[in-house]
Ligand binder design. Structure first.
Ligand code: SF4
Ligand code: SF4
Ligand code: FES
Length: 833
């Protein structure tokens, strides 16, 4: 049982766990003690002294160990001679804290006066003005006048780019150290630090390129002054001009909760324009953080290259056409195709879009398929995370296994949360053919050769089975010593969470890996329980939603395009990803593409339908953790239509009974799909108390992340039955002697349509490149940086040659979505251009 302690703060009684800091105990009862250097997500450092309070403690009789009583029978309280910092002082039984006395007011005033001796008085032109802790606290507690001579203020660099994303105003820094501690302690990217001493102390970046971290934007949220600002938002708007909408990030399967800030702008006739994206608190998903891709990668939604009207092919050209006419034309062709209709959609679409699309295709007797390079969502639907699982809340006897995923590149906030779980005592096993950043935090690292993903997990199962009489995987051995040790650790874990990715794999191999991982969970009895289960590290936000709704990938797209009479492609660009599909799409009977942009696939289509991005409409996504979360419309553009509405309009023309509004679609979905049974929009919008308490009325405590008032989302339920074991068919990689095996990997910043329109990120997006081990480079006699060419899936590719000692020998790492069509491992012949 946790020991509880009762104390009084400003006359209010509070009971909190022993060890709680005064500042947090006060927060729990609605008392805001001003802070600068303290942040509830970080260890206290007591640097700024802004939080000073009077602290009285019970006088204890040394002989009896009992409190000494006053004449009136109440415990005698003795106050210290000096003020104490509320952010470093833990509570004690009978403590009396006073934050409203003259003495405290004087202390706060003096600290503010001291801070303002160096800080410029440029609030009217500061981006933080209006939501600045220093400004707010100065108005509330600060001196009306300074005794300091104005001309003696420090003058330091004002627009210093720590990177192309983050700017530093050195004069404004109050040396609280939050940014440095966030980078060092929270995200393990110690790329900024203090330099110099005294009043000349400055924040510097010590990485090349500057501020080289995927999480840099979070420092601008927690900086308590306008010292750190984003290149995206600085000088763009004043905080009081902004309105806000709750949303969900669409860039990866984590499903980080966002707030979109907008402002009406005259240049767009009073339309709302997105000015910035900030985190929205969800302690079960992203806490109060987001990665830089989520923060800066929204510009595609407002790109001038977006499609604005439907297009139809006339005499070989795509020409504009009205909505009514185009929808009738599409419906006519779909009616003709009947069961020969293929609907191909990606996890960029919401649950409502995907549900309507499958209603349309099944209504005609056609087929729906998921556009993805990764499989196994059917198994995640059966042995995914137990309801209520929270990665921040795992016990020390939990094991996390991450296999075939470079988690920081693929799902940065999961990387962060796994790292934090390890710091709280969880054991981490990383299984991957090459070194990834997660290795730093692993208690065990299993390196296997590419192609042995599933067999490595099966070997773990057999190592466990050998001792515990579990069912054995056929054919596979127990594995080497590391595999056996990993298996031993897993076999003794109270809880097991397995993340699997698609590093080095295509559909077939990732399905086999998912099956092996599911089996590992089943044989060790780690399914259908809180804090246990399988998570797929999908490429898109709603891939898991697609699997839950019955979508499955097609093994051979070329064949499928030849086989079906009509093809309806939504949110996918198969030709852009793989030009060898050009002929198949060109030769297909009738092709409709529904997208934001005129993609390579759209250029070949018979009809192109423009859609709204997630910022202009509402719906739900199912995250990789199987959490269904709502997003809301930020800017409204009635001239565009959301996917579900376009699909509904076509369905109506076909005489199908399909709902037209997201609420009704979701209700129908919840009736029909067992995992969603009982869910409603209202439930998804429910919120509960979260810790730390953050919000707009006290920005000095948590920073400028938004509190969550629009929904924490709900985990999908698991089927009652634990699936019976089925052993996977593991595809074999047959590599010719001495050949180089090209393997696909995923990187955070790529050329994808939803990222490339954010110009700010262009410096982070690498050119097409492949990476090989130095021994292979020497054998091939190719120097670092050389332009090389090779053939992938029949298409000639040019790329920069990189030498990287972390790449296993005999392998070329080929990043996905950089214009190199790779869907599965394949031998390549590399030639210098
Ligand atoms: S830049 Fe901001 S967060 Fe960093 S030390 Fe200065 S005031 Fe604190
Ligand atoms: S971790 Fe994923 S979901 Fe979260 S902000 Fe980054 S890209 Fe978006
Ligand atoms: S010393 Fe407590 S907030 Fe800085």
């Amino acid at each position: 049982m946790e020991k509880l302690v009762s104390l009084t703060i400003d006359g209010k009684q509070v009971t909190v766990p022993a060890g709680t800091l005064i500042v947090n105990a006060a927060k729990k009862i609605g008392i805001d003690i001003p802070v600068f250097c303290y942040h509830p997500k970080m260890e206290p450092v007591g640097m700024c002294r802004q939080c000073m309070v009077e602290v009285g403690r019970s006088v204890i009789d040394r002989a009896t160990g009992q409190p000494v009583l006053d004449e009136d029978g109440t415990p005698k309280v003795q106050f210290g001679a000096k003020l104490e910092t509320a952010c470093t002082t833990p509570v004690s039984e009978g403590m009396v804290v006073i934050g409203t006395s003259e003495k405290v007011a004087r202390g706060r005033k003096d600290i503010l006066e001291f801070l303002l001796t160096s800080h410029p008085l440029d609030c009217p032109i500061c981006d933080k003005g209006g939501e600045c802790p220093l400004q707010n606290l100065t108005l509330r507690y600060g001196p009306g006048q300074s005794r300091f001579i104005y001309d003696e203020k420090m003058h330091l660099a004002k627009h210093y780019p720590l990177s192309e994303l983050i700017y530093l105003d050195r004069e404004r820094c109050i040396q609280c150290g939050r940014c440095v501690r966030f980078q060092t302690n929270i995200v393990d990217d110690p790329v900024i630090g203090f330099y110099n001493r005294g009043r000349s102390i400055q924040i510097i970046s010590n990485s090349e390129p500057g501020f080289d971290s995927y999480f840099s934007g979070n420092t601008t949220d927690i900086c308590p002054v306008g010292a750190l600002t984003t290149a995206d938002f600085r000088f763009q708007a004043r905080p009081w001009e902004l309105c806000s909408t709750a949303s969900i990030c669409t860039h990866c399967p984590v499903g980080c909760n966002l707030t979109i800030n907008l402002r009406r702008e005259a240049r767009l006739d009073g339309d709302l324009v997105i000015k910035r994206i900030l985190p929205r608190q969800n302690e079960s998903v992203n806490e109060i953080w987001i990665c830089d891709k989520g923060r800066f990668g929204y510009h595609y939604t407002e790109s001038k290259q977006r499609l604005t009207q439907p297009l139809v092919r006339r005499e070989g050209e795509l020409v504009a056409i009205g909505w009514d006419e185009v929808l009738s034309y599409v419906a006519e062709n779909f009616a003709h195709a009947g069961k020969n209709l293929l609907a191909l959609a990606s996890g960029r679409l919401s649950n409502e879009d995907l549900f309507n699309l499958s209603e349309l295709s099944s209504g005609l007797g056609g087929k729906s398929a998921l556009y993805t390079h990764m499989a196994g969502g059917d198994l995640v639907a059966q042995v995914g995370l137990g309801e209520g699982t929270n990665l921040s809340d795992l016990s020390k006897d939990t094991v996390i296994l991450v296999v075939a995923s470079d988690l920081e590149e693929e799902a940065p906030i999961w990387w962060l949360r796994v790292k934090q779980a390890v710091e709280r005592g969880v054991s981490l096993i990383v299984a991957n053919p090459r070194h990834t950043k997660l290795d730093h935090h692993a208690s065990m690292i299993v390196h296997y050769p590419y192609g042995s993903e599933a067999t490595t997990i099966l070997a773990m199962i057999n190592a466990i089975s050998a001792k515990q009489n579990f069912p054995k995987a056929p054919k596979f051995q127990q594995g080497g010593e590391v595999v056996k040790t990993a298996a031993e650790t897993i076999s003794t874990a109270a809880n097991l969470i397995v993340f699997y990715g698609s590093e080095g794999m295509g559909l077939e191999a990732s399905q086999a890996l998912a099956q092996a991982c599911a089996n590992l969970l089943v044989v060790t009895n780690h399914t259908h329980k809180i804090n246990n289960g399988l998570i797929a590290v999908w490429p898109r936000a709603n891939d898991q939603g697609g699997w839950e709704l019955g979508y499955r990938p097609l093994p051979n797209l070329k064949e499928a395009f030849q086989q079906f009479e009509s093809i309806y492609i939504a949110g996918a660009d198969p030709v852009g990803d793989n030009p060898s599909l050009t002929d198949a799409v060109q030769d297909a009977g009738f092709v409709v593409v529904q997208d934001l942009f005129l993609t390579e696939t759209a250029k070949l289509a018979d009809v192109v339908l423009p859609v709204q991005p997630f910022t202009e409409r509402e719906g739900t996504f199912t995250s990789g953790e199987r959490r269904v979360q709502r997003f809301y419309p930020a800017s409204i553009h009635p001239e565009y239509k959301p996917d579900y509405a376009i699909i509904a309009a076509i369905s109506k023309l076909l005489g199908l009974n399909v709902e037209e509004t997201p609420l009704r679609i979701f209700n129908r979905l919840a009736e029909k799909v067992p995992a969603f049974k009982g869910l409603s929009y209202r439930q998804l919008a429910q919120v509960g108390e979260q810790w730390p308490i953050i919000g707009r009325n006290d920005l000095y405590y948590g920073g400028s992340s938004y509190a969550n008032a629009q929904g924490l989302g709900i985990h999908l339920s698991l089927p009652a039955q634990i699936p019976s074991l089925a052993w996977p068919q593991v595809p074999e990689l047959n590599l010719p002697e001495g050949a180089i095996l090209a393997v696909p990997i995923t990187i955070l910043y790529d050329h994808g349509q939803t990222i490339y329109h954010s110009q700010l990120l262009h410096q982070r997006i690498p050119p097409a490149h492949i990476a090989l081990h130095p021994d292979d480079a020497q054998r091939l006699n190719i120097p670092d940086g050389t332009l090389v060419h090779f053939v992938l899936d029949g298409a000639p590719v040019e790329a920069r040659f990189q030498i990287n000692e972390k790449v296993p020998a005999g392998v070329a790492l080929v990043p996905r979505s950089l214009g190199m069509p790779i869907s599965a491992p394949v031998p390549i012949d590399i030639q210098v251009v």
